[in-house]
Ligand binder design. Sequence first.
Ligand code: MG
Length: 296
Amino acid sequence: MTEERAGGAPRRVTVVEVGPRDGLQNEPARVPTAVKVAFVEALAAAGLPTVETTSFVNPAAVPQLADADAVVRAVRRRPGVRYPALVPNPRGLERALAAGVPAIALFTAATEAFAQANVRGSIEETFARFGPVVARARAEGLWVRGYVSVAFGCPYEGAVAPAAVLGVARRLLDLGCAEVALADTIGAATPEAVDALLDVALAHLPVDRLALHFHDTRGRAIANVAAGLARGITVFDGAAGGLGGCPFAPGAPGNLATEELVAFLDRQGIETGVDRAAVIDAVAGLRAGMAGAGTG
Ligand code: MG
């Protein structure tokens, strides 16, 4: 069966690789720093134009990424590839700048309950933290991405109104984010929900500054990507190997696997510049490195 390319779909899509951060932060195993560095380098070599490298969150909260400084310093950067690191607050930004990060990502949520549980503050408080972070980052010439978690459903509040997502996304763009990713943190999205959210979002925000971040928890991630493509979205996130699982649905898949996303886009005749086989090899290298360290 062939999949028809939707009428409005773009000819070229940017795949943002989030596995080394969003994937590894949710893996129970500790991964040696050198294995993480090799993974990031292999993903960039596979043609991924953005590789989210790590996170400068409190190491006590996310011990899996406690070596963020060492990873950033060790990665040999390829020209033309963007390497953001997640930064939660001014202290994280100081660590990130000291390590020499070239780009950062910020994280807030579409619901108050998720913000309280995951970033330990109200949505308003996250923006109070972000103001000085973005100002400093931009003064340093860094590229800034924002994330809106639980944009399609919240484990605490249930359904999320598109207007709430729009409000948070707009504030992130107004603050100085170059791009905002609308994230389906619990895999609740459906193609209909993608359409409903984009109806609202695209009436107010530029399509080229929005990205979609899907989880395959219920097996709908690719159908949701197709819905986004049909609306002209050109940036989609993936995590190589589908790393990370879903903390809200134990045993279920988490992040959409980059190699599945690329395979789908290849079948649609949409260019990504990504070598799917090389992504699969990067995951195999990671798994071998984890096993070799006795952590796999
Ligand atoms: Mg994710």
